[in-house]
Structures are given as C-alpha cells and as structure tokens.
Ligand binder design. Structure first.
Ligand SMILES: Nc1nc2c(c(=O)[nH]1)N[C@@H](CN(C=O)c1ccc(C(=O)N[C@@H](CCC(=O)O)C(=O)O)cc1)CN2
Length: 321
C-alpha cells in the first residue's frame, strides 16, 4: 500500500453554529482496522507465493493456558486471522493448573515440529508459572511474539535487527510508517516502560532515529514531556489518563491502551477506551488512533507477518539447499 499522508486520512469536520459556520480542525483518524486488513491481504498473498514455491504453508502454534475470557477472545481472533491468510494453526488449550514442566514439554515439542514456524504463548500465564522460563524455552527462530531474551536483547543492542520484534510495538511503528508519519529527527515520548510494549516501542523509535523519552509512573510532571512530543505512544493501561492539554498541537498519538469502563448503555455493560482522552485529544492532535480499531488489530496482523517471515526463512533456505 502507498503510504498515506496523515493529513490525507480524514477531512476536517465542519461544525455548524446558529448562522455562523465555524471550522474546527480535528485530528486525522489513523484507522488501524483498515491498515491491518491491508496488511493481512499482503500476508495472504505472501502465503500463496510461498506455497507455490515450496508446496508448504506457514504454521503457528497457539498456546492458551486457563480460561481468562480476554485471552480466549484474543486467541480466537488469532486463529480466525490464520484461516483468513492461509496459515495453519496448531492448538494447545491447557487447564489453569497445568504444571510448568508440562507446559515446557509442549513448547519443546512445538520447537521440534517442522510444520510449526511460530509459537505463541498467550499472556498472561497463571501466577504459578514462571513466564520468563517459558518464553525463554521457545526457540529463538520460532519466537514470533518477539519475547525471547535473545530477540529482546538484540533489539536493545540497536546495531542488528532481531529476528522478531514484539507484535504490539511493531504494529505501532507499522501504523506510523503506513500513514506517512516521519519518525527520523522527531521527538517521541513513550508513556509506559513495560517489557512487552513501552520499552520495545522506545527502542524501535530510537532505531529509526527519533529522539526518545520514556515516561513512567515515577516520572515527575509527565505532561511536561508529552507537551514537547511530535509523536506520543501511550501504553500505561490507565483509562483516558492522557488529556488534551498534555499534547502539542499537531502531535501524532498512538494509543495502545485497551481499558474496559462500565457503561450500562452498552450491551456488554462496558465499553473500551484507550489511555488517551480521545474526544478531547482529537481537537489538539494532528493524527490519532482510536480504541477500539487502532493498535489492537495491528497486534494480530503483525503476528501473522512474523509467522510468514519465519516460515520463509526456514522453507526457502531448505528448498534452495
Ligand atoms: N502472547 C501475547 N499475549 C498478549 C499480547 C501479545 O501481543 N502476545 N497482547 C495482548 C492481547 N492481544 C493479543 O494477544 C490483543 C489485544 C487486543 C486486540 C484487539 O484487536 N482489540 C480490539 C478490541 C477487541 C474487543 O472489542 O474486545 C481493538 O483494539 O480494536 C488484539 C490482540 C495481551 N496478551
């Protein structure tokens, strides 16, 4: 897809008012749902070409432990997306009380399975399981979630490209690049320093030559930093925490938060909001991702992209030798 300019994404809204027509510029909406659909289309084409070349399709192992409703929903969406693009999924649905050793054995078996090119362990895992031990047991070459310490460490070193980068931060960068947002030379603020989103997002932005500040729960006056930022990535998990007056006019805002807030008027009894006060922020920002329909769909599309990349590495190497 041709990168779109941020200001080509949506027309400014005209706001009428008793006779006089005032024009209020609102931020462009970065449509993650549409961009993810385009990315899945490209992945589907890549899968077809790989199949024509090698006779094989990419395989993704999807490991779910326990019965958390949100994890079940995400896993269902991932398997559905696999079907859509032609990736074969391998399931392991395990009970909440599965032992760490049993889980390790399942990971080891998937590591050895030549039909499996990517292994996804849906997080969070139950508290009796050492998450780091399990994530480190996934083969680096099949770590399509980008959580293995070697892939994390390679990204942190900045000199080389890791085999895989975690899907949510990679999805944020893909959104910026596909909407034509310039990153090099810009000042970016990442809110949140989690291992899965904040830190890798900051490292990716820095690798792309942005100047980056990571703001976290112990940063005094976080708004002093965000107000200077050309790009803000919000990943703190606090509903509508970032207010309009935290933003520089024209800033590009990527909202990673997915927070459920009570809403009796919604049939689910709740609605999802981001970490940014979207309605107010749209009056100040230049472009912004909505929640839902922003970063979330990109997380799944990048997982498929990483799985295709892994399958190509393995299958094209073996077909040429
Ligand atoms: N192994 C992993 N575990 C988790 C990850 C991850 O990347 N790898 N990320 C999150 C959950 N997640 C994927 O697993 C995820 C979250 C949200 C969405 C999404 O598309 N959300 C929709 C809204 C969905 C709804 O209405 O409920 C949206 O934002 O539009 C996809 C994937 C934690 N675990």
């Amino acid at each position: 897809m041709e990168p779109q300019k941020a200001d080509q994404l949506a027309a400014p809204q005209a706001v009428g008012n008793a006779g006089a027509v005032a024009e209020e510029k609102v931020a462009d909406v970065i449509d993650g749902k549409a961009i993810a659909a385009q990315l899945r289309k490209e992945i589907g084409q890549g899968v077809e070409s790989l199949k024509a070349e090698t006779g094989k399709v990419p395989g993704l192992a999807v490991v779910l432990v326990g019965s958390r409703k949100d994890s079940q929903t995400y896993v269902r969406s991932k398997k559905k997306a696999c079907v859509e693009v032609g990736i074969k999924s391998f399931d392991a649905d395990l009970p909440e009380d599965v032992s760490e050793d049993e889980l390790l054995k399942i990971v080891t078996d998937f590591n050895a399975n030549p039909e499996v090119h990517g292994i996804l362990i849906q997080l969070p895992l139950p508290s009796h399981i050492n998450e780091q031990r399990i994530l480190s047991a996934v083969s680096v070459e099949k770590d399509v979630d980008g959580f293995h310490p070697v892939n994390v460490g390679t990204l942190a070193m900045q000199q080389r490209d890791p085999l895989f980068v975690a899907c949510t931060p990679a999805g944020c960068i893909e959104l910026l690049q596909r909407t034509g947002v310039q990153i090099a030379g810009k000042y970016a603020v990442v809110l949140g320093r989690s291992k899965t989103v904040g830190m890798p997002a900051a490292l990716l932005l820095q690798k792309l030559n942005a100047t980056v500040t990571v703001v976290h729960s112990r940063t005094p006056n976080p708004a002093e930093h965000t107000r200077r930022a050309d790009i803000v990535i919000a990943a703190i998990g606090k509903a509508e925490f970032v207010k309009a007056d935290w933003l520089k006019p024209g800033a590009v805002v990527i909202d990673v938060g997915i927070n459920a807030v009570d809403d009796p008027s919604d049939k689910r009894g709740y609605r999802l909001v981001g970490d940014v006060d979207y309605k107010e922020a749209r009056k100040v920002a230049g472009a912004i991702t909505p929640v839902p329909g922003g970063v979330g769909p990109m997380t799944i599309a990048v997982l498929l992209q990483n799985t295709l990349k892994s399958a190509k590495r393995t299958l094209q190497a073996s077909s040429s030798s």
